[in-house]
Ligand binder design. Structure first.
Ligand code: C2O
Length: 547
């Protein structure tokens, strides 16, 4: 591989959408931010310079960061934030991954404007396991707020209620013609008839899983989270925040005398308010300048109903690893440690003196894993661990059972309160882990896209209701389960994942719905060094930010 250099200047830029102009934090003045293009095996040196008043950190979502945990990016987990006027060089090598990932800010809600694609091409001379596409397009889904998202979340955390929902969804930053004052901000894909295109889809939205479809065209799924899958065709796909999906789009053999909407709108399982609007882009066939595309009919795809859980289940069940000799699925077969973690919403006591909190029954909203709502430390966990100064920063005793015994199918408990703390689950190097993530209905069941830093995992099973340790494991798929970094825990159900803890460091795991992360649906794993020199975390770089 080669070394590729990027420079990310974090600066303010005025951006206008829906006839609202706001000054927002950007990388190099671009929204969405710049693309990173590299090949498997390349080393990336990305210098991030902070010219704004916010603290900044950037995460390379899905990059394994083997032994390079200092470059992972979540603020207060692997690094202190980059403060105003300071800079930090993220230094890592892409090992064993090719496909689409993305980078985003990993502090507060700044990822609403700081995100961009990471395109990882195979090594030179190595083909895709499908015919070479004629052209490739990244499409990033996002959310647009007319107001400043830092104010949105600050207000929500202060009052304990749900945050204001976004004003629009976007594709590559563009809301499209179904919103007021937005027709000129429409993503247009210009295609030729009879060709194959590779669309690299990224869900960078803050709070919504999305359905996506293109009218009168089928999509062939070939890759998720930068891992090839057994190809299959679908009219609509589901993509959760934190997930990426590569699809092949085969265009019509002849010029079709129509243009086609590409639509995305949310899949909703929770009870709260949400943005129920639809982002539209246009698939337009290029033609000679003699024929006008102006008055062509526009076809619209039919998207599933907002709460179509059976679509979601069928779709995710179809995702399978290639699991062939070139791309084997190394599913851990013998498990050293089994965990069951509940994930869900709960409450904290109101901390305001004279006002009522806006959470349920005058409380503050909280969210938890095993009933622990994670409290962000004020120094970075990885630095505390590495320097041996963890005392007072974190506890290495993560509760292995939920504190409130919980029966999903029963009535919700009267006590919705969570515990709070900064607790880590410690794993010796190379531990094989099976983790059941069980959704709770304490404040209503909801699908949670759980993201694990530092690893890919295999999704070996999923189901509804309570996980049954006797009945469910025999049906696990240990042959060709999909391998990924973000998985939707089904609303009112569970998902089983397996991974090998072969990457020393501190690795964040959290719901990729930003509001749930803010409420505490997050925790971290501490993976210890192995005995051999190449099983140890590398030393911290000299420019690592200080808190
Ligand atoms: Cu994409 Cu911890 O995040």
């Amino acid at each position: 591989g080669i070394t590729r250099h990027y420079k990310f200047e974090i600066k303010l830029q005025n951006v206008t959408r829906l006839c609202h102009t706001k000054s927002m934090v950007t990388v190099n003045g671009k929204f969405p931010g710049p693309r990173i293009v590299a090949r498997e095996g390349d080393r990336l040196l990305i210098e991030v310079v902070n010219h704004v008043s916010n603290n900044i950190s950037i995460h390379w979502h899905g990059i394994r960061q083997l032994r390079s945990g200092w470059a992972d990016g979540p603020a207060y987990i692997t690094q202190c934030p980059i403060q105003t006027g300071q800079s930090y060089v993220y230094n890592y090598t892409i090992i064993g991954q090719r496909g689409t990932l993305f980078w985003h800010a990993h502090i507060s809600w700044l990822r609403s404007t700081l995100y961009g694609p990471i395109i990882i091409l195979p090594k030179h001379g190595v083909p895709y396991p499908f015919a070479k596409p004629y052209k490739e397009f990244p499409i990033l889904f996002g959310e647009w707020w007319n107001s400043d998202t830092e104010a949105v979340i600050a207000q929500a955390l202060q009052t304990g209620g749900g945050p204001n929902v976004s004003d629009a969804y976007t594709m590559n930053g563009l809301p499209g013609p179904l919103y007021n004052c937005s027709t000129k901000d429409t993503l247009k894909l210009k295609v030729k008839p009879g060709r194959t295109y590779l669309l690299r889809l990224v869900n960078a939205a803050l709070n919504d899983e999305l359905f996506f479809s293109i009218a009168n065209h089928t999509l062939k799924i070939v890759d998720v989270d930068a891992i090839y899958v057994k190809p299959f065709e679908t009219n609509t796909l589901l993509i959760a925040p934190g997930q990426t999906t590569n699809v092949l789009l085969q265009t019509k053999p002849h010029y079709p005398n129509a243009t086609f909407f590409m639509l995305a709108r949310p899949y909703v399982t929770g009870q709260g308010t949400f943005d129920n609007s639809t982002v539209a882009g246009i698939l337009e066939y290029e033609t000679s300048s003699l024929i006008s595309t102006k008055n062509l009919p526009i076809y619209k795809p039919n998207l599933p109903p907002l709460n179509d859980t059976s679509f979601a289940t069928n779709f995710t069940n179809k995702l399978r690893s290639l699991a062939n000799s070139q791309f084997p699925a190394n599913v851990p077969q013998n498990i050293d440690k089994k965990f069951l973690f509940t994930v869900g919403l709960g409450t904290n006591p109101c901390n305001q003196k004279n006002q009522t909190c806006q959470g349920p029954n005058g409380t503050m909203f909280a969210a938890s894993i095993n009933n622990i709502s994670f409290v962000m430390p004020n120094t970075a966990l990885l630095q505390a661990h590495y320097s041996g100064q963890s005392k007072g920063v974190y506890s290495p005793f993560f509760p292995n059972q939920p504190l409130i015994p919980f029966n999903y199918t029963g009535n919700p408990p009267n006590n919705t309160m969570v515990g709070n703390g900064t607790k880590l689950e410690v794993l010796p190097f190379n531990t094989t882990v099976e983790l059941i993530l069980q959704d709770t209905s304490i404040l209503g069941a909801e699908s949670h896209p759980l993201h694990l830093h530092g690893f890919n995992f295999f999704v070996v099973g999923q189901g509804f209701g309570n996980f049954d340790p006797n009945k469910d494991p025999p049906s696990f798929n240990l042959v060709d389960p999909v391998e990924r970094n973000t998985v939707g825990v089904p609303a009112g159900g569970w998902v089983a994942i397996r991974f090998r803890a072969d990457n020393p460091g501190v690795w964040f795991m959290h719901c990729h719905l930003e509001v749930h992360t803010s409420w505490g649906l997050k925790m971290a794993w501490l993976v210890l060094d192995g005995k051999l020199p190449n099983q140890k975390l590398l030393p911290p770089p000299a420019d690592l930010p200080k808190c």
